[in-house]
Design a protein around this ligand. Structure first.
Ligand code: HEM
Length: 133
């Protein structure tokens, strides 16, 4: 059996939080039509319930992300550094557009910010895999 190290704990927590933040958004989006069928207010109630785990997951991503950077300190130059910088911008967009989506009142703003937060979350996931690869 492969031994458990702090590196495995660090990456486990980072990936676990990513599954909630990214996977939860995709799953909720897929469920919206069925939820709407159960009542106009149901998607909003589901989104509010999801937010109660999504934002703690985002906080875990930020904290374990800082832990990742500290652990990979010797790699912080060249293409790795550029990829990390792009990822941080994308993570910021993901957080800001998720907050804007939650506060949006019009259907159009909700759709635009919802698409932006989903796409940026997916891109952050991909850039994370590039960094770990
Ligand atoms: C939406 C937010 C984020 C998502 C979805 C995300 C996702 C991921 C994923 C899937 C990995 C690959 C893990 C693996 O394959 O073992 C990863 C690695 C990494 N992430 Fe993130 N991440 C996010 C936020 C952050 C933040 C805020 C930072 C920095 C402050 C960060 C820094 C890193 C670093 C340095 C690695 C490479 C770790 C290593 O190779 O040891 N991430 N991320």
């Amino acid at each position: 059996m492969i031994g458990i190290s702090w590196d495995s704990v660090r990456l486990f927590l980072h990936v676990l939080a990513a599954t909630v933040w990214v996977g939860g958004q995709l799953t909720l989006a897929a469920l919206v039509p069925a939820l709407r069928g159960a009542g106009q207010e149901v998607p909003q109630r589901a989104a509010r319930a999801f937010n109660r785990i999504a934002w703690p997951a985002f906080a875990v991503l930020l904290l374990t992300g800082i832990w990742n950077v500290a652990a990979e300190n010797d790699q912080l130059h060249g293409r790795y550094r550029t990829t990390l910088s792009v990822k941080l911008v994308v993570v910021a967009i993901s957080g800001i557009t998720a907050a804007a989506h939650a506060r949006a009142r019009s259907r159009r703003a909700m759709a635009v910010f919802g698409a932006l937060t989903g796409l940026s979350a997916l891109l952050a996931l991909f850039l994370g895999v590039l960094l770990a690869g």
